[in-house]
Design a protein around this ligand. Structure first.
Ligand code: EPU
Length: 420
């Protein structure tokens, strides 16, 4: 198992390139099941979650080749199950449910159960599929879905759900007739998936708004596509630049996906400029406290909450951070407290009083974005920080140490034998 060592206190300067978006690539890989054909995806990030998705698709009978440029041949799909072993390591495995039922009339997907950041049920996915005519049963911890052919329906989601909207959009693409998904998630990854499905021959309008219209078609075909940049990786680099009082050009990101994050960085006193080729973040002075409430897109992303908690921890004054999406997404707080952060959590709200300095120590990563926050904390802390259980980080960040070392970060990975 790996751990990461950081010696804090170095300003980051230079340019860093953003990889393809994990949360776009995962549903896109699943969408390949909708066509009995071959697709080529470029700019796929090289991540543990992508490897897990590859394993799942292989289990279903797809042939997969390549890294970063990934070819998926889905002509021989012969399995219809997402087993517990894979779903428990990656909840996004549930994204095969919609495509399998739509194209093959059957799917068996393990219920995800709780996870580090909250309960995260999939009732909205199931409600939507039922509305399209799927028969759903829960047997031995698995969701079994069957349908001769799904039929279009009007689906009103109780809450906007990202993977729920994606699952339903993929299912509706091959359903008979017209589907409307109301109160749909508006995240850029949903819009990206619609773009991919439309390239495959689907007829989808309105993705990126809260009402998505889908006219079902009889079949879809393979495509070539390059995945959009990862807005959360980009946002993480931006925070790294700001808290180290650095000057970093974050290349190849889409600033329009980062409005809420950029606005908060500016409120904190960082200079953010959109330049050709990327977004530059510069901070010359200490940062100011900033209040944050996580919201579905276009609001402030929950996936950036932990990173901003670090910013608030070293800012001047008191910040109030409210997490409204996941009930348990404060696992990083205890670890940040061990580094000297002054954070008081009351339910979904955290009061963060900025301290002059964090101090390095050994900390344990608990989930993906929490791990990113510990790396950031290590960059600003005095002395040495050691982040354990880095496999959480590797789920969603492509060798982060390799990307930020050229910026001047003193960071390295060490392999350790056995459990940490
Ligand atoms: N929810 C339900 N019922 C459902 C579905 C969701 O109650 O059927 C609730 C969830 O429990 C949560 C809220 O709705 O409270 C929103 O969850 P959502 O379904 O939107 O989350 P998700 O689709 O499971 C995706 C990302 C997450 C990201 C969230 C929110 C992927 C693969 N995952 O999860 O990414 O935090 O949207 O933006 O797209 C990450 O990358 O670190 C990550 C956790």
């Amino acid at each position: 198992m790996d751990k990461i060592h950081i010696e804090g206190g170095h300003r980051l300067r230079g340019e860093v390139r953003v990889s393809g978006a994990k949360n776009a690539a995962l549903p896109i890989l699943c969408s390949s099941i909708l066509a009995a054909d071959t697709s080529v995806y470029r700019n796929v990030p090289v991540l543990r979650d992508i490897a897990t998705m590859g394993k799942l698709l292989k289990n279903l009978g797809c042939a997969i080749e390549g890294e970063r440029a990934v070819t998926v041949d889905s002509r021989q799909v012969s399995g219809f199950e997402a087993p517990y072993e894979l779903v428990k390591t990656m909840r996004a495995s549930v994204l095969v449910l919609g495509p399998l039922v739509a194209r093959y009339g059957r799917a068996r997907v393990s219920l995800p159960g709780g996870c580090a950041i909250g309960a995260r049920p999939i009732d909205q996915h199931l409600k939507g599929l039922e509305a399209m005519g799927a028969r759903i049963s829960l047997v031995h911890g698995y969701v079994e879905a069957k349908a001769k052919r799904l039929t279009g329906a009007r689906i009103v989601c109780d809450i906007p759900t990202v993977t729920g909207t994606e699952n339903l959009m993929m299912a509706a693409a091959l359903a008979k007739g017209h589907t409307v998904i109301e109160n749909a998630a508006r995240e850029p990854e949903v819009e990206e998936l619609a773009r991919v499905l439309n390239k495959m021959g689907a007829r989808i309008q309105g993705a990126g708004t809260s009402a998505i219209d889908i006219e079902g078609v009889d079949e879809l075909h393979g495509i070539e596509h390059s995945v959009v940049p990862d807005r959360i990786e980009a946002g993480t680099f931006m925070v790294a630049a700001a808290i180290t009082r650095g000057d970093v050009l974050v290349r190849d990101c889409m600033p329009e996906h980062l409005d809420a994050v950029i606005a908060k960085l500016r409120t904190a006193g960082a200079e953010v400029t959109v330049e050709e080729g990327g977004v530059r973040v510069r901070a010359r002075h200490e940062l100011n406290a900033v209040d944050i409430t996580t919201q579905p897109y276009p609001g402030f992303p929950t996936d950036m909450q932990a990173q901003f908690m670090v910013l608030a921890s070293v800012a001047l004054g008191q910040s109030v951070i409210t997490e409204t999406i996941f009930e348990n997404r404060y696992m990083h707080v205890q670890e940040l407290a061990r580094m000297g952060a002054d954070i008081h959590v009351d339910g979904r709200t955290s009061i963060v009083r900025g301290v002059p300095k964090l101090s390095g120590t050994t900390v344990m990563a608990t989930d993906l974005r929490a791990s990113a926050s510990l790396i950031l904390a290590g960059l600003v802390a005095s002395g040495k920080t050691e982040v354990l259980r880095v496999y959480h980080l590797d789920r969603g960040y492509e060798k982060i140490e390799k990307k930020i070392r050229p910026l001047g970060a003193k960071i390295r990975r060490a392999h350790v034998k056995g459990e940490l």
